[in-house]
Design a protein around this ligand. Structure first.
Ligand code: FAD
Length: 311
């Protein structure tokens, strides 16, 4: 059994998502090679080589791979796929963009958002916004899997570095797509997907100004990332990259503080695996209290400033 794990990185630093996807790959079992595809990725390859339990790191270095264009990355993975039984990536924006193309090109099904490995053919994944767990057994000769990384811990660093091998990336430019520009939102807070603490606001905030003036100071005090419900995002109180939930980000921080969020199933789908959930809501019947470890029934506009003062 050989497994190819597609690495998530920004050409300089290996993302922790890769170490988490590696934990899933390790549970499948077999020889694991990590593919680092990008431009000028020597440092990323060195970081990947230090992860425990891998056989080798394959490096595909080409300007056409710098921006993770799915067409180019998928062609590269397919060119290597003959040597592997299973192809794995984290279910990030990149993984969800690239691996379905790989599956289509290989004419196999993709198993998406794997949250538990039962055995090398059988996986558990959420359906109906996480309200049911589906057990999927794949009979395809090659498995293509995206991993829900919030369900797996990060693999540790190993005692020694694995071998790094260069692979042919000479024809990496498929010509099917081209990179125009990358517009990044500026944010000096922890990234939502990897933050240890998240303070999240809902429709109850009532305006963009109140969202900023009530949620942000508490997040600042806690060194937390800021999240939002879809209602808050749709109303323009918070940018859409802060949305937590079924159609937003799936998070599992140590502490999730939900402020004025009712707890619709689509929101719970994105945060119910958080270790400790604190909910602040005026309605004691709000569904968020069913998943909360600590609940405060009250007005967030009174409670959050008090909490901030206490901190
Ligand atoms: P509401 O449901 O309106 O809740 C506001 C809460 O604030 C209420 O419980 C109220 O009691 C409380 N409140 C009011 N005033 C105060 C106060 N002063 N202090 C304290 N509490 C107060 N939603 C997501 O969040 N993420 C998703 O990814 C997502 N994806 C979706 C996908 C689909 C296909 C669909 C159909 C829906 C999706 N939704 C998603 C929307 C979801 O169904 C809910 O509409 C949304 O989560 C509600 O947001 P909310 O809790 O902020 O607002």
């Amino acid at each position: 059994m050989a497994i190819l794990l597609f690495a998530e990185h920004d050409n300089a630093t290996l993302s922790e998502q890769t170490a988490k996807a590696l934990s899933a790959a390790t549970q499948i079992g077999g020889d694991i090679d990590i593919l680092v595809a990008g431009s000028g990725v020597g440092a990323v390859a060195d970081q990947a080589a230090k992860l425990a339990g891998i056989r080798s790191v394959l490096v595909a270095d080409n300007d056409a791979l710098a921006n993770h264009l799915a067409e180019n990355a998928a062609d590269l993975i397919v060119s290597l796929a003959g040597d592997y039984d299973t192809i794995v990536a984290a279910a990030t924006a990149n993984g969800k963009n690239i691996l379905p193309r790989v599956a289509a090109l290989l004419d196999v099904m993709q198993v998406s958002e794997v949250m538990e490995v039962v055995d090398a053919d059988t996986f558990k994944r959420p359906i109906y916004a996480g309200n049911a767990i589906e057990v999927v057994q794949s009979t395809d000769a090659k498995k293509v899997l995206t991993i829900r990384t919030s369900s797996f811990g990060a693999a540790a660093a190993g005692d020694s570095a694995a071998e790094i091998k260069l692979v042919d990336a000479g024809s990496a430019n498929s010509g099917k797509s081209s990179f125009l520009e990358n517009i990044l939102s500026e944010n000096d807070r922890p990234e939502l997907g990897s933050a240890k603490i998240i303070v999240s606001g809902g429709r109850a905030l009532g305006s963009e100004d109140k969202f900023k003036s009530v949620i942000t100071p508490l997040a600042d005090k806690l060194g937390a990332a800021v999240g939002a419900s879809r209602a808050a995002v749709d109303a323009g109180y918070a940018p859409n990259d802060l949305q937590v939930g079924q159609t937003g980000k799936v998070v599992a921080p140590d502490l999730y503080i939900a402020c004025g969020i009712s707890g619709a199933i689509q929101h719970l789908a994105g945060m119910k695996d958080s270790k400790i959930i604190v909910a602040i809501n005026t309605d004691e019947e709000a569904p968020i209290f069913q998943v909360a470890d600590y609940g405060i029934v009250g007005d967030l506009f009174e409670i959050l400033p008090q909490l901030e003062n206490q901190l």
